[in-house]
Design a protein around this ligand. Structure first.
Ligand code: SF4
Length: 356
């Protein structure tokens, strides 16, 4: 029987990656815990930003058991600034599951890994291949982009059928290589050569057979069917201090934006003026504008997935009233703040106030 030819990707991209790939700490280990940490941190985070967090997490929680035994507040505190806090929540939950149900041993197959919270197809394939050489291709936006261009495909990359087709193709190619090197090379190609803008086609190890390059289609591909709509929202928040310099905060509910983190008393609104939002927020906490001095202290804008937030923070000093008059969940000072996790927008505010 005639032997199937080795795919160009395996012949050219893997040697390129082994020669020129970036030296990153999670690439030098086969420890599934460290690999899992890096993969969760790098979801929606750039390598340069994620690197410091990865090292900090490994230093604070050197194994899955230490992470499982930490408090949620400790984990959120360490995660502060990375955004997408559901990742931190799932990381903590998954560590507990690994300790309770898997005796502290990481599951080894794609399907077992996928059963952990926060681990989808991409992350399960990454951990299984990097730690255990399990032959499953990891497919993320970077990989969809280079494959779509290489094949000259006009199928929308946000259509699950397209992803399935590419998964089948790459799962076939990966059989001819080390699964670790294959997935690392595939991600690296998408991250540093086949970039969204100005791909480096003249340095690309796939250029000789790349349909997009050969036909000048790199600006057109890949195609996306849906345009993501960004919602604009107003966030009005109160920095309420008592006469000892402590201020009121509350823990966000799991089903709310920033669930599990601490925040100043706040209100999210659509299509409202700042004045009306402030009035509603004061009412919510039984504060009467006539009795207090309110100062507009800080404004910033903040981006979340599919949301653009315009944030306004007002300061109130409750000098003469005992703080238990008001129904705020918690009063904290500078020391307590250091042990709690806050959304980036509030830690930026604390920095602005010289508290952090
Ligand atoms: S040749 Fe250009 S378009 Fe084709 S895969 Fe390489 S970088 Fe991407």
């Amino acid at each position: 029987m005639k032997k199937k030819p080795t795919p160009l990707f395996v012949r050219n991209v893997i040697p390129w990656y082994l020669r020129e790939g970036r030296d990153l700490p999670w690439r030098a280990t086969r420890d599934p815990y460290a690999i899992w940490l890096s993969e969760i941190i790098l979801q929606q985070t750039r390598v340069q930003q994620g690197l410091g967090y990865f090292l900090k997490f490994l230093e604070t929680f050197p194994n899955v058991s230490s992470l499982a035994h930490a408090s949620e507040d400790q984990v959120f505190r360490l995660w502060q600034g990375l955004g997408y806090y559901s990742r931190a929540k799932n990381l903590h939950k998954a560590a507990k599951i690994i300790c309770d149900q898997w005796n502290g041993e990481f599951p080894k197959t794609f399907d077992e890994l996928k059963s952990l919270p926060g681990v989808g197809d991409y992350t399960a394939a990454a951990i299984a291949s990097f730690a255990f050489e399990f032959p499953k291709a990891s497919i993320d936006g970077n990989v969809l982009r280079w494959t779509s261009r290489f094949l000259g495909s006009h199928a929308p990359i946000d259509d699950p059928k397209t992803k399935k087709t590419i998964q089948l193709l790459l799962d076939d190619w990966i059989q001819d290589a080390s699964a670790h090197s294959f997935n690392q090379a595939s991600m690296e190609l998408g991250a540093i050569i086949c970039t969204p803008k100005d791909p480096q086609c003249h340095h690309c190890p796939l250029s000789e057979e790349c349909v997009a390059f050969q036909n000048s289609l790199t600006n057109e591909l890949p195609i996306k069917a849906k345009k993501t709509k960004v919602k604009h929202q107003l966030v009005t928040a109160l920095f309420i201090q008592d006469n000892q310099g402590n201020w009121a905060v509350s823990k966000r509910q799991d089903n709310e934006i920033w669930g599990g983190l601490y925040a100043l008393p706040l209100l999210f609104t659509d299509d409202t003026s700042v004045d009306i939002a402030l009035e509603n927020l004061l009412q919510q906490f039984d504060l009467n504008a006539k009795d207090i001095v309110i100062k507009h202290t800080w404004t910033t804008s903040h981006l979340l997935t599919h949301r653009k937030l315009q944030v306004h923070i007002f300061s109130i000093l409750l000098e003469d009233m005992p703080r238990n008059t008001y129904k705020f969940e918690k009063w904290i000072g500078v020391e307590a703040m250091k042990n709690l996790g806050f959304p980036k927008v509030f830690s930026d505010f604390y920095k602005h106030k010289g508290l952090l």
